[in-house]
Design a protein around this ligand. Structure first.
Ligand code: ATP
Ligand code: MG
Length: 660
C-alpha cells in the first residue's frame, strides 16, 4: 500500500468486515480512499476485478477514477473492473436483463428534449414551459419511485389527477417506443432487483464489492439500487460530504447519509480531517463560509500546507469587463508563472454566464475546454445524427423515425407521416413496422407508400452495414447518402452551415476513434453515446482553461480557480433566496472555493443584464462570510484597495447584510 495515505485513510481501505462510510470534508482524500481500496481489493485480497464496481457521479469523474486506478496498478486498468456512473450501470443492467424489463436489448435512451416533446405531444399542449414543468413533475415521481398508480392515488385535486394520468400515458408511450428516459435508468433496475429474487442474487454475486463516491448526492432511487445490490452483506464503502450536497433540486437527499446508519446498524463511520488539496487561506475561507450552515455531522478539516496567496476579490463593472479581466489575468499569470492553461478553471453558477467568458477567451486566443455547459450532444445537427443512429439501433423509436425521415426532408410530407401515424396507432405497432404491413396500402396512397418503403429499405440497408462495418465508414456513407452537408448549406447561411458541418465532422471523427478504441460498431456505440456529455470528449491531452458550472466541478481540483459572478441574486441564486434555500447555495460556494489548490480569484459585477433589463448588483453575502483575510480590488480603477479600505468595505458589507 502506498505510503501516501494517512492512518484513517488506511483504516478505511482495510476495513472489510461490513458496510462503511467515509464522511469527510473537501479535499481530504475520499476519492483517493476509493481508488486505493480498489487496488487493495484486487492486489491484497485477491478479488476478481469483475466483481468490483465503483460508482461516481459524472462521466468525467469516472474517467479520472479509471486513470487513477490504472496508475496504481502499473499503468493499466484491470480488465472487467466497473467504474462508471449510476446511469451507466443502469444501462448495463437493463441491457442484460432487457426481457425482464419488457424491453429489447436495443432500447433507445431518450434525452430531456425528447421527453418534453413526448409530454407536449400527449397533452396536446404546445406551450414548452408547461410541458417542461410537467416533465419535471414526472421526473420527480420517478426519482422518488412513485408509480403512476400511486401518483393517481395520492392526487387530491383535479390538477394532480390529470398530471398522474399524463404520467401513465407518458410511461406507455415510452414503452411503445422501446425507449427509456434518464430516470428509468435507475428506477427500472431497482424494480428489476426488488421484484426478481433470482436476478437480484445474480447481480449480488456478480458485483461483490461496491464503492460509491459523492454519496451525499444520491437520490431515493439510487439509494434503493445500492441497497439491492449490496444486499444484507452490505459489502460496500460509501464516501461523501454533507457540506457538498448540491443536488437537492434533482431529488438528491442528504438524509440518505442518516438512512445508511439506520438501515445498516453495523455501519462503520470513518472521518478524515486532513485536507491535502488547498493552501491554508483557501481552506479557512471555505470552513468559515460553511460554518454558517446548520451542521448535520460534526467534521473538522485542517491543512499542513502553507498559508498560500491571499484570496482576491475583484469588483467589475459588468459581465463583459469581468470576462475580459479574467482572460487577461490568466494570460498574465500564465506568462509570469510558466504554468499550463489547464492549471486554470473558471467556475460559474449558471450556464448563461459562459458565453461572454468564451468570447473573451477566444478574443485573447486562450484555449479552453467547457464541461457541463450546453452539451455538444444538444446541438441540432448532432441530434439529427443521433436520431439516425437511434433508428438504426431500434426501429421502434418513433421519435427518431420522424426526425430521421424529415432531416433532410425527402419529399415525405406531414400528411404522409400523419396518415402513417394513424395507421400505426390503430395497429399498435411502431411507425417503422407499419411501413411494411400489408394493411398500410389501404391507409396510404401508392405514392406515399412507395416513398415510405424506399426510406424503410434504405434504413434496413444501412442498418445491415452498421452491425458489421467500422462506425466512421458507415456514418460517412450515411451522410453522403442523405446529402446532409448540401442540405445544411441549402437552408442555412454559410457561416452557420460551416459551423454545423464542422461539428458533424468532429462527431464523426470522434465516433470513429471511439469505435476503434472500444472495438464497437455503430449500433453498439449508440447506447453509450446517449450517456456521454461534452465531458467525455478527448480532452485529456488538450491544454485548455477549464470552464465549468459549479455543479459540474464537483470532485475536481485545479491549481488556480476563478469564481465569477459572486453576487446576491446569482450566488446565492434569487430563487433560492426567495424560497429560503440559501444553505444549498452556500454548499455550492463551498464546493467552488475548495476546488482551488493554490490561488482563488473571486469576481462580482456591479451591473448585470437580466433579459432586457440591466440591474445593479451587490456582492454576495458569501464574500463577507469568508472572513477578513482577503484582498479587495476594484476593476474600474484596477488599483488594489488599501487594507483599511478593504476592511471598511467588508464592514460595510456585513452591516448591509445584517440590515437585510
Ligand atoms: P472532494 O470532496 O472535493 O471530492 P476528496 O475528499 O475526494 O475531495 P481527493 O480528491 O481524494 O479528495 O484528494 C484531494 C487531493 O489530495 C488529491 O490531489 C489527492 O491526491 C491528495 N491526497 C489525498 N490523500 C493524500 C495523502 N494521504 N497524502 C498526500 N496527498 C493526498
Ligand atoms: Mg472526491
Amino acid at each position: 500500500m502506498s505510503a501516501l495515505l494517512n492512518a484513517p485513510q488506511r483504516e478505511a481501505i482495510r476495513y472489510l468486515d461490513g458496510p462503511s462510510l467515509v464522511l469527510a470534508g473537501a479535499g481530504s482524500g475520499k476519492t483517493r480512499v476509493i481508488t486505493h481500496k480498489i487496488a487493495h481489493l484486487i492486489n491484497e485480497c485477491g478479488l476478481n476485478p469483475s466483481n468490483i464496481a465503483a460508482i461516481t457521479f459524472t462521466n468525467k469523474a469516472a474517467k479520472e477514477m479509471q486513470e487513477r486506478v490504472a496508475g496504481l496498478m502499473g499503468g493499466r486498468a484491470p480488465g472487467g473492473l466497473t467504474v462508471c456512473t449510476f446511469h451507466a450501470l443502469g444501462v448495463r443492467m437493463i441491457r442484460q436483463e432487457a426481457a425482464h424489463c419488457g424491453l429489447k436489448p436495443q432500447f433507445s435512451i431518450l434525452d430531456a428534449s425528447d421527453t418534453v416533446q413526448i409530454v407536449s405531444d400527449i397533452s396536446r399542449d404546445t406551450d414548452k414551459a408547461r410541458a417542461k414543468a410537467m416533465q419535471w413533475q414526472i421526473s420527480g415521481w420517478k426519482n422518488a419511485m412513485v408509480t403512476p398508480e400511486q401518483a393517481a392515488q395520492l392526487a387530491d385535486d383535479e390538477v394532480s389527477s390529470a398530471a398522474a394520468m399524463l404520467y401513465a400515458e407518458y410511461e406507455r408511450t415510452l414503452r411503445a417506443y422501446q425507449g427509456v428516459d434518464f430516470d428509468d435508468l435507475i428506477s427500472l433496475p431497482v424494480r428489476l432487483l426488488e421484484e426478481n429474487p433470482d436476478v437480484r442474487e445474480r447481480w449480488q454475486n456478480k458485483l461483490r464489492y461496491l464503492l460509491v463516491d459523492e454519496y451525499q448526492d444520491t437520490n431515493k432511487a439510487q439509494y434503493r439500487l445500492l441497497r439491492q445490490l449490496a444486499g444484507v452483506r452490505g459489502a460496500f464503502t460509501a464516501v461523501g460530504d454533507d457540506d457538498q450536497a448540491i443536488y437537492a433540486w434533482r431529488g438528491a437527499d442528504v438524509e440518505n447519509l442518516k438512512l445508511l446508519q439506520q438501515d445498516y446498524p453495523k455501519l462503520k463511520v470513518i472521518k478524515l480531517e486532513q485536507n491535502y488539496r488547498s493552501s491554508r487561506r483557501i481552506l479557512t475561507a471555505a470552513n468559515t463560509v460553511i460554518a454558517n450552515n446548520e451542521k448535520l455531522f460534526e467534521k473538522r478539516l485542517w491543512s499542513e500546507h502553507g498559508d498560500g496567496e491571499q484570496i482576491a476579490v475583484t469588483a467589475c463593472r459588468d459581465a463583459d469587463h469581468e470576462a475580459e479581466w479574467v482572460a487577461s489575468k490568466i494570460s498574465a499569470h500564465k506568462f509570469e508563472h510558466r504554468t499550463k492553461f489547464s492549471d486554470y478553471a473558471v467556475l460559474y453558477r449558471g450556464n448563461h454566464q459562459a458565453r461572454v467568458i468564451e468570447q473573451q477567451l477566444r478574443n485573447q486566443k486562450i484555449p479552453y475546454v467547457m464541461s457541463g455547459g450546453q452539451s455538444f450532444f444538444d446541438k441540432a445537427e448532432i441530434r439529427d445524427l443521433m436520431s439516425w443512429l437511434r433508428l438504426l439501433m431500434n426501429e421502434d423509436d418513433d421519435l427518431a423515425f420522424i426526425r430521421a425521415i424529415t432531416t433532410p426532408r425527402r419529399g415525405v410530407g406531414a400528411a404522409t407521416i400523419e396518415a402513417l401515424g394513424n395507421y400505426a396507432g390503430r395497429r399498435h405497432v411502431s411507425l417503422f413496422a407499419a411501413v411494411f404491413e400489408e394493411g398500410a396500402a389501404h391507409a396510404l396512397n401508392a405514392r406515399q407508400l412507395e416513398q415510405l418503403q424506399e426510406f424503410g429499405n434504405f434504413v434496413n440497408r444501412i442498418q445491415y452495414r452498421a452491425h458489421r462495418e467500422p462506425a466512421a465508414r458507415v456514418l460517412e456513407d450515411l451522410l453522403a447518402a442523405i446529402r446532409y452537408e448540401a442540405w445544411l448549406f441549402e437552408h442555412l447561411d454559410t457561416r452557420e452551415a460551416e459551423s454545423k458541418w464542422s461539428n458533424v465532422r468532429d462527431f464523426v471523427n470522434w465516433l470513429g476513434r471511439k469505435g476503434e478504441a472500444d472495438g464497437k460498431n455503430l449500433v453498439e456505440l449508440t447506447q453509450t453515446i446517449a450517456l456521454i456529455s461534452m465531458l467525455d470528449k478527448d480532452d485529456a491531452e488538450f491544454d485548455g482553461v477549464q470552464l465549468a458550472t459549479l455543479h459540474a466541478s464537483k470532485g475536481l481540483e485545479f491549481k488556480h480557480v476563478f469564481l465569477v459572478g459572486v453576487e446576491e441574486g446569482l450566488l446565492p441564486h434569487q430563487s433560492s433566496i426567495d424560497e429560503d434555500k440559501v444553505d444549498e447555495e452556500r454548499r455550492l460556494m463551498y464546493v467552488g472555493i475548495t476546488r482551488a489548490q493554490r490561488s482563488l480569484n473571486i469576481t462580482w459585477c456591479e451591473r448585470r443584464k437580466a433579459g432586457k433589463e440591466t440591474r445593479t448588483c451587490e456582492p454576495s453575502r458569501f464574500i463577507a462570510e469568508m472572513g477578513g483575510d482577503i484582498k479587495m480590488s476594484d476593476r474600474k480603477t484596477n488599483a488594489p484597495v488599501s487594507k483599511e479600505e478593504g476592511r471598511a468595505r467588508i464592514a460595510n458589507l456585513m452591516a448591509m447584510l445584517e440590515g437585510r
